[in-house]
Write a protein that binds this ligand. Structure first.
Ligand SMILES: Nc1ncnc2c1ncn2[C@@H]1O[C@H](COP(=O)(O)OP(=O)(O)O)[C@@H](O)[C@H]1O
Ligand SMILES: N[C@@H](CCOP(=O)(O)O)C(=O)O
Length: 321
């Protein structure tokens, strides 16, 4: 359960009183997510999500994230909207943390995605990329190739306690990716964390996207790599080519990939796998005392990374030539 910060009733009541959403009826910590503290807030006007931004969120980036939600919603992407208080501010401070209230999105995330879900996610990702193209603000990706080695260094002393040989394998991968990482693929605003728990469905119809707190400007095809990693592997660790093909075709139905983007996919998938391996490894080794959070398994992403090293070309993900 991701609640790092507890909120006193009187502080919450004072915070909510600045909004036009009625009085608080209930507020419950949400048993999902690993990054921020999220609460289901029930007020006289309905249900909302209250988020307190935690360690990985730079408060200076919050106008980008909240503005992006508003921009995407105007561009036809179904996503939550920040609620503004009576002074027009979408951002405040609660329990010593930057905090925002966002609208509640109906739907549930799918625990066992099918090829049809993957196709819908591919199309939604392309829609996100198209709608984000004219967003005025920019944010550099704080978790791209140049950030991976410093992040690894913070886990290095204990990496081999998680898995024997892990430190050496990560170091070899860092050397390879730093040397080969592309520099000139099409760029734009990317979600960067569009995992199954960030996509809601209602009766198998995609109902919206959430969690824009890793969004940034980077290679558009890197976002596809994040999704191939998080949606198209089976629990036994095998890559499901049918799901990969469905996702890529869903995306290609709305946005074409250049030859360079297609050719770079195996490398981008390796990079994306390493990125999640490294953040998970850090979180695994650094659970804050008293936090209600279940850290995610870093080794899941080591297995994915190993698979990508065996992929010679994008047909390995189901991309038809
Ligand atoms: N706008 C929303 N509408 C409905 N549920 C939400 C919304 N935002 C977050 N949630 C719930 O909170 C959980 C954690 O949110 P998420 O943004 O993924 O957390 P984190 O910031 O830790 O990554 C989600 O899995 C979902 O259950
Ligand atoms: N998707 C990341 C973790 C952060 O995402 P959240 O939405 O679950 O908080 C991972 O799986 O490592």
């Amino acid at each position: 359960m991701a609640v790092y910060t507890e909120v006193a009733d009187e502080d919450l009541a004072r915070f909510v009183a600045a909004y036009d959403i009625g009085r608080v009826l209930a507020c419950k910590g949400i048993a999902e997510g690993v990054e921020n503290s999220n609460f289901l807030l029930h007020t006289e006007k309905g249900f909302y999500i209250l988020t307190l931004y935690e360690k990985r969120v730079d408060p200076g980036d919050l106008p980008f994230f909240l503005g992006l939600m508003e921009h995407l919603a105007q561009g036809g992407v179904t996503c939550p909207l920040p609620v503004r208080n009576r002074t027009g501010a979408a951002l405040g401070t609660l329990a010593g943390r930057p905090a925002a209230i966002i609208t509640f999105l109906d739907g549930v995330w799918v625990r066992r995605p099918t090829a049809e879900h993957c196709g819908a996610v591919g199309a939604a990702l392309a829609r996100f990329h198209l709608a984000g193209a004219d967003f005025a603000l920019t944010r550099r990706n704080a978790l791209t190739v140049d950030a991976w080695r410093p992040l690894y260094e913070r886990s290095k002393p204990k990496a081999d306690t998680v898995f024997a040989g892990l430190a050496g394998e990560i170091e070899r991968e860092l050397d390879a990716l730093e040397a080969a990482w592309p520099t000139d693929l099409p760029r734009g605003v990317i979600h960067a964390d569009l995992f199954p728990d960030n996509v809601f469905f209602l009766e198998d119809r995609l109902s919206g996207l959430i969690d824009f707190y890793f969004a940034c400007n980077d290679f558009l095809a890197y976002d596809l790599a994040v999704c191939l990693n998080s949606w198209c592997f089976e629990t036994d660790g095998s890559f499901n080519l049918t799901k990969g093909r469905a996702m890529l075709n869903g995306y290609l139905g709305l946005r074409a990939l250049s030859d360079a983007e297609c050719a770079a996919l195996p490398l981008l998938c390796r990079g994306s796998a390493l990125r999640f391996l490294l953040t998970r490894l850090y979180d695994w080794l650094n659970v804050p005392p008293g936090a209600l959070v279940r850290p995610k398994d870093p080794l899941e992403y080591l297995r994915k990374l190993r698979f990508h090293r065996t992929v010679a070309d994008p047909s390995g993900y189901g991309l038809d030539s």
